[in-house]
Design a protein around this ligand. Structure first.
Ligand code: ZN
Ligand code: ZN
Length: 250
């Protein structure tokens, strides 16, 4: 698997990065995890506008899904070749309604489904292209899912947004790369069931036996070095802070 960080800013975009969006490629299949604010522009650095094969939305907070409205325009009103065929979109219950409402004036109530083939994510195991996928509900104020992707004996886990929870420990079990949010700063923000701090991301990686930890979803008002230092205190393996355009071979 190849992971490309399209955007990694938490909660709102920074001058350097779009919000959450990660491209995962294997066997020529391109799966995009989340499409937050600004992600659609950045995505075009990495692949053609119409080269995605599937999209997974961890939850329906704007910083994870709102550029789907822009992507609707690109697919629905495509200038050459006419309207795009529906691409599989995996998201929580209500994804189509949420995106249609956010867009505000789609030609009809079902226009989104002309270019997006919506699949409702529930806890469980299924396939997306060449990936074996497992999702579990994580701890966040709205329905949110962490995802474990397996391919060729390798494991990539993405936390989405979450506080500390057993489900995340299980999703990250023995992961070769654990892409984990660390939106909060240890000792500064402490709201349960919302986000992790650097220490908690490291502790989760340690409990899960993950091999490598990449911290992400750090908001522009948070010092990434502080979270990196905190994570290194609780996880002995390699830890990075995600950066736009960074790639990882898993
Ligand atoms: Zn978020
Ligand atoms: Zn969120």
């Amino acid at each position: 698997m190849k992971l490309t960080v399209v955007g990694c800013s938490g909660s709102f975009p920074s001058a350097e990065s779009a919000c959450s969006s990660y491209l995962v490629e294997a066997d020529g299949f391109r799966l995009l995890l989340d499409m937050g604010n600004g992600a659609l522009g950045e995505l075009q650095r990495h692949c053609g506008l119409y080269d995605l094969d599937a999209i997974y939305l961890s939850h329906l907070h704007a910083d994870h899904c709102i550029d789907m409205c822009a992507y609707f325009v690109a697919r629905y009103y495509r200038h050459e070749g006419g309207r795009c065929p529906p691409i599989p979109v995996y998201g929580p219950e209500g994804t189509e309604h949420r995106l249609t409402t956010a867009y505000a004036d789609t030609p009809s109530a079902s226009s989104m489904s002309e270019v997006f083939d919506f699949h409702t994510v529930k806890p469980g195991s299924f396939e997306i292209g060449p990936f074996s996928v497992h999702t579990e509900k994580v701890s966040h104020p709205v329905e949110a899912y962490g995802i474990r992707l397996e391919h060729g004996g390798r494991v990539l886990t993405y936390s989405g947004d979450t506080g500390v929870c057993d489900a995340l420990d299980e999703l990250a079990r023995d992961a070769d790369l654990f892409l984990c949010e660390a939106a909060f700063t240890y000792g500064k923000e402490n709201i349960p069931d919302l986000h992790l701090n650097g220490r908690e991301a490291g502790e989760t990686a340690t409990r899960a036996g993950a091999r490598r930890l990449v911290l992400t979803h750090i908001p522009p008002w948070t010092d990434p070095q502080a979270n990196l230092t905190d994570a290194r205190e609780t996880f002995a393996g390699p830890v990075d802070v995600a950066a736009p355009r960074q790639t990882y071979e898993i």
